[in-house]
Write a protein that binds this ligand. Structure first.
Ligand SMILES: Cc1cc2nc3c(=O)[nH]c(=O)nc-3n(C[C@H](O)[C@H](O)[C@H](O)COP(=O)(O)OP(=O)(O)OC[C@H]3O[C@@H](n4cnc5c(N)ncnc54)[C@H](O)[C@@H]3O)c2cc1C
Length: 391
């Protein structure tokens, strides 16, 4: 074959096609249409389960190695974001991108039974990794302990800032089964929220992300059957890292949806706001400012799409850290600028300033931006040696 015939003709590049063009979006829209305005995270999850959207997100849920379809995950987050309730989107994101896939690593009866109910939207599970005894940026210093004998697990400790803690039926708790920071010292434990010894206090966010039901969890001598261990003891950090890469991609997908939605609202505001002979939109400085925000958002979108195209189910850890660092560098700037461009109207309840404050979670949850930048620096050789930007 000559070199020329090996090249695909311009415009027919496979990757340009909508990778979700298979009816998934239709079913997704139908599911969300069923949820009334203001429906909470649990109702949204139930509708997604009812219509088969959750089962349609993954391959291999029954082999202990659930893999998310990254393009479908992006479609889900865009559709949920359109509802305009960031707390709901955050809860769906954490569950779909990491909590449920991590639960699927468990093959005991307790884990598989709950997995099926969660996939059907009949139950919800929150991810409780950030620990009361250590900074979230130093997970391996966590203090929550699990020990077990032949039949019973004993769990003690505390978890902070858990999305969905106030509404979830179960918590997936990261605990240590031996002292020290070695990555094999940790284990996931499935904890029913109603178990004796579990106490959940709502996190006071001053109204931010209210529908995420954020909470802090106390675990005081919680006793459970040993089949509440999730996956092999010692494998928790390895599986967490793999699934956290998907959560980082999901965060970037949500960020793009949120930025585009905010830019659209900002443009609507500017074109309706009378100024001089026209509107604020006719002011050259404002247009430049807005355009710069749009350019940065589209740069982020291009990076997300390139990552999705190469991910084949699970993004590479380096690519996911790079993407999350890019979100941290872009989202806050764009949202702050949009809020400023909306003037005093940006200060209304649920307005652009509120959205900007809620979106701070994009630079924290799943790893602070600074940690992502440290990862990018550590992986600089690999990232620079990798394939070029054209997928
Ligand atoms: C809205 C929201 C939802 C969340 N949902 C969940 C959830 O569902 N489950 C869960 O387990 N956790 C959740 N978290 C917790 C989240 O993962 C942690 O907030 C995050 O890991 C950062 O940990 P920290 O808040 O303890 O910050 P710290 O570790 O105390 O860090 C504070 C700040 O110090 C700086 N910093 C820290 N380390 C470094 C470093 N090495 N280099 C440079 N700068 C550094 C960064 O600016 C960082 O933001 C959520 C948090 C929020 C805000």
């Amino acid at each position: 074959m000559s070199e020329q015939t090996a090249l695909r003709p311009p415009g027919l590049h496979e990757a340009r096609r909508d990778p979700v063009d298979d009816g998934f979006r239709t079913v997704l829209a139908r599911a969300l249409d069923q949820v009334t305005e203001g429906g909470d995270a649990r109702t949204v999850w139930e509708a997604l389960g009812d219509h088969g959207v959750l089962r349609g997100l993954y391959r291999d849920t029954d082999t202990g190695d659930a893999t998310v379809d990254p393009a479908r995950l992006g479609a889900l987050l865009h559709a949920v974001d359109e509802r305009g309730d960031n707390g709901v989107t955050l809860t769906v994101l954490v569950q779909a991108a990491s909590a449920l896939p991590l639960l699927c690593t468990g093959t005991t009866r307790a884990c598989t039974a709950l997995r099926e109910r969660v996939l059907d939207g009949r139950a919800t599970v929150a991810l409780a990794a950030t620990d009361s005894a250590a900074p979230g940026s130093e997970l391996t210093a966590l203090g929550t302990e699990v020990r077990w004998d032949e039949r019973t697990l004993h769990l003690n400790g505390g978890k902070r800032w858990v999305s969905g803690a106030g509404s979830a039926d179960h918590l997936l708790v990261l605990a240590r089964h031996r002292p020290g920071r070695h990555f094999t010292s940790f284990t996931w434990v499935l904890v029913p929220a109603s178990a004796a010894g579990v106490r959940i206090e709502p996190a006071d966010t001053g109204g931010l992300l209210a529908s995420a039901a954020l909470g802090h969890v106390r675990l005081d001598d919680v006793r459970l059957d040993v089949d509440h261990l999730v996956g092999r003891p010692g494998r928790a950090m390895a599986s967490f890292a793999r699934h956290m890469a998907t959560e980082r991609l999901a965060g970037a997908q949500w960020a793009v949806a949120l930025l585009r939605r905010t830019l659209t609202a900002t443009r609507r505001h500017l074109t309706a706001r009378p100024a001089g002979e026209g509107t604020l939109w006719h002011n050259a400085a404002i247009r430049q400012d807005f355009a710069a925000c749009l350019v940065r958002t589209e740069q982020l979108r291009a990076l997300v799409e390139a990552t999705v195209r190469t991910a084949d189910g699970r993004p590479d850890l380096n690519a996911a850290a790079l993407l999350k660092a890019a979100v941290g560098q872009t989202a806050d700037d764009v949202l702050s600028r949009c809020a400023q461009l909306q003037g005093a109207d940006g200060m209304t309840a649920g307005g652009a300033h509120h959205v900007r404050a809620e979106a701070a979670v994009l630079g924290l949850g799943g790893g602070a931006t600074e940690l992502m930048l440290a990862h990018v620096a550590d992986a600089a050789d690999v990232l620079l040696d990798g394939p070029g930007p054209v997928p």
